[in-house]
Design a protein around this ligand. Structure first.
Ligand SMILES: *Cc1c(COP(=O)(O)O)cnc(C)c1O
Length: 426
């Protein structure tokens, strides 16, 4: 039988760089042919060969209700009939803003945009504009989208700033970005002692989902808050992944920490291009048209995307939603751990709400460098083993996983059984 994914991949590579519109989709880390998805429903999607997979990426987080939730589909269909985009304000934007603010008490105002990259980039500009400072602090392994100033790796010491990680980013553009090790309290203290009066903001994924799944320790997160306050810098929680994913109030709710600015995306669009950033009124009023910090977008607050986001937020706000989702995700994580233990596979895993990570090592890593000590070949064998058995996890070992409300106990049990089979035969 000819593999339709192979045929599509060849066609795609002729017209799209690498055949994909976002690099991780290309399976470069794990090898093999990317699966071209035809359709999705509930916890599953089907590739070009009509093979079914249990989906644990959920569009990298947004599909928290599963695919094709009837209430969301209905809201989107209704919105489409009313028009795709107007470039003028709508009542639905107010409704979504009100819904977001009700769920994230640290935000008094919010601006809607179309992607997480755009939201993080705009929050950064706002922080610099509001403080009149240049320096930004970020952590190795945290991803905040692909704005120039954020495509940076650590320099050779705390006195030196970062180096670009992408061609096309001049070193001058990242010369005000300081990259620190996640969960390294001593480095954090030193950075603020050295550069405190120049720091506009510290941006962090307080539960990191772009180096697999790594939590900031409570002490580390608390110290980030204290040092920012002490030095007049803004604390920015990038909750594009964790917002409405680890819990109804995000990572800030889980940790009990109030950031100055919050960046949201993924779940708030329910699978449509929608993201947001927000915070206290006095800071947000620095934005155009009220203030001097420019920010704009032709499709910002798009009427179809806001309908999708609103319908999604309504469903996840129902009583018991996160309890059920977290329980299901823990069942998966505990089951995988037990299966690995029986088969003698070094393994550990963690989860919060509907987000999880697992590691082919006995300890839970605390930072990016440790995550990256994972045995690549072992991860790739697990990835392809699961794929063959109809289970789709992220095609890279530094990505988190996602469970949706649509995953059934049978789906979870089948996933654990598939993993155990692979561990046994390794
Ligand atoms: C996905 C992600 C982004 C980027 O969002 P896009 O919509 O892909 O631009 C930013 N920050 C975090 C934490 C993310 O997970």
């Amino acid at each position: 039988m000819t593999d339709q994914n192979d045929i599509l991949f060849e066609r795609a590579r002729a017209v799209i760089p690498g055949g994909v519109n976002s690099p991780v989709r290309a399976f470069k880390a794990v090898g093999g042919t990317p699966r071209f998805i035809q359709r999705a429903q509930g916890a599953y999607f089907w590739d070009a060969n009509d093979k079914r997979y249990i989906d644990y990426i959920g569009s990298w987080g947004p599909m928290i209700l599963g695919h094709g939730h009837p209430a969301v589909v209905e809201a989107v269909q209704k919105a489409v009939l009313e028009g795709f985009s107007y470039g003028a304000p709508t009542e639905r934007e107010i409704e979504l803003a009100e819904a977001i603010l009700a769920l994230v008490p640290s935000m008094e105002m919010v601006r809607l945009v179309s992607s997480g990259t755009e939201a993080a980039m705009s929050a950064l500009r706002l922080a610099r504009g509001a403080t009149g400072r240049k320096t930004i602090v970020k952590f190795e392994g945290c991803y905040h989208g692909h704005a120039d100033a954020l495509l940076v790796k650590a320099g050779s010491g705390l006195a030196t700033f970062g180096n670009p990680t992408s061609a096309g980013v001049p070193p001058e553009v990242v010369q005000h970005t300081l990259v620190l090790e996640y969960n390294n309290l001593q480095q954090l203290e030193e950075a603020f002692a050295l550069h405190g009066q120049d720091i506009a903001c510290l941006m962090i994924e307080a539960i990191a989902g772009n180096m697999n799944f790594v939590r900031a320790t409570p002490a580390f997160a608390k110290r980030c808050r204290e040092l920012c306050t002490q030095h007049g810098a803004l604390l920015i929680f990038d909750e594009v992944m964790t917002g409405f994913r680890v819990g109804l109030h995000g990572a800030q709710g889980v940790l009990g920490i109030t950031p100055d600015l919050t960046v949201l995306g993924k779940v708030i669009g329910g699978g449509m291009p929608l993201a947001a950033f927000g915070g206290p009124r006095a800071i947000m009023e620095q934005l155009a048209p009220l203030g001097p910090v420019y920010q704009a977008g032709t499709l910002s607050g798009n009427p179809v995307a806001t309908a999708c986001g609103l319908a999604t937020l309504k469903e996840i706000s129902k009583p018991g939603f996160y309890e059920a989702l977290a329980k299901k995700t823990r069942t998966l994580v505990d089951g995988l751990k037990a299966a690995a233990a029986v088969e003698g596979q070094p393994f550990n895993a963690d989860s919060e709400g509907g987000m999880f990570g697992f590691f082919l090592m006995n300890e839970l890593p605390q930072n990016y460098a440790t995550v990256m000590t994972t045995d690549n070949a072992q991860f790739n064998a697990l990835f392809h083993g699961l794929l063959d058995r109809g289970v789709y996890i992220a095609p890279a070992l530094y990505e988190a996983g996602f469970v949706s409300a649509a995953h059934s106990e049978d789906d979870i049990a089948a996933t654990i059984a598939a993993a155990r089979d692979i561990f046994r035969k390794r």
